[in-house]
Design a protein around this ligand. Sequence first.
Ligand SMILES: Nc1ncnc2c1ncn2[C@@H]1O[C@H](COP(=O)(O)OP(=O)(O)OP(=O)(O)O)[C@@H](O)[C@H]1O
Length: 230
Amino acid sequence: MIEFSRVSKQYAREVYALRDISLSVGKGELLFLAGPSGAGKSTLLKMIAAIERPTAGKLTVSGQDIGAIKGSGLPYLRRNLGLIFQQQRLLQDRNLLANVMLPLIVTGSSRADAEKRARAALDKVDLLDKAQSEPQELSGGEQQRVAIARAIVNRPQIILADEPTANLDRANANKVLAALKSFHGVGVTCLISTHDEQYLTGADRIVYLDRGRIVDGWHNGVANPVEVSP
Ligand SMILES: Nc1ncnc2c1ncn2[C@@H]1O[C@H](COP(=O)(O)OP(=O)(O)OP(=O)(O)O)[C@@H](O)[C@H]1O
């Protein structure tokens, strides 16, 4: 479903965020992307959403070639993606229900249908009782769970979560990960990035990045020297 074939991303002349990445992610897989700050995790996730494009190699997502996708193809691609990125803050002057309804309203759902589905999404992240609260009344972990509800309300096939546990204590981080894993449990493909090794225990599949390359492991902030990427 997601296929990186010798993909590189070069931002400036000397800045390679990703180098020669080959990676295949199947439908319904749960994959953790690990690696220290600056390893290229955000860039890799942004490329799947065509926010950034490869500068070499080929990336396909659900059969679409990301390097070749035109502006008119982006809404179709992104309808199938649930994005949980740091930059996408919640609207502070609207309650949780309105925040989660928004992606449905902008894609033309009726208010009644949007409300029904937004309530179901809030229920899945265990926040239905706070539907009328405003974001600033919530803890960081609760805000992150609202962001998950907003990302999944369109029933995407793929969820991309960039450091969803950043700035959370262990208990809240575990709740956020449990919410994400529950969507994986119903067949959604999930890619989750983290620079924090403690959240990787029990993960089915971990891809370690270091300085833009896939490496075979990474412990206490240090990459194992053997590279598995060609
Ligand atoms: N828009 C950009 N322009 C130039 N360089 C960039 C840009 N975005 C990222 N980079 C560089 O690319 C490299 C990889 O960055 P990226 O944000 O993908 O890493 P990361 O693993 O997600 O790090 P973090 O955990 O800190 O978010 C870094 O050296 C970064 O400085």
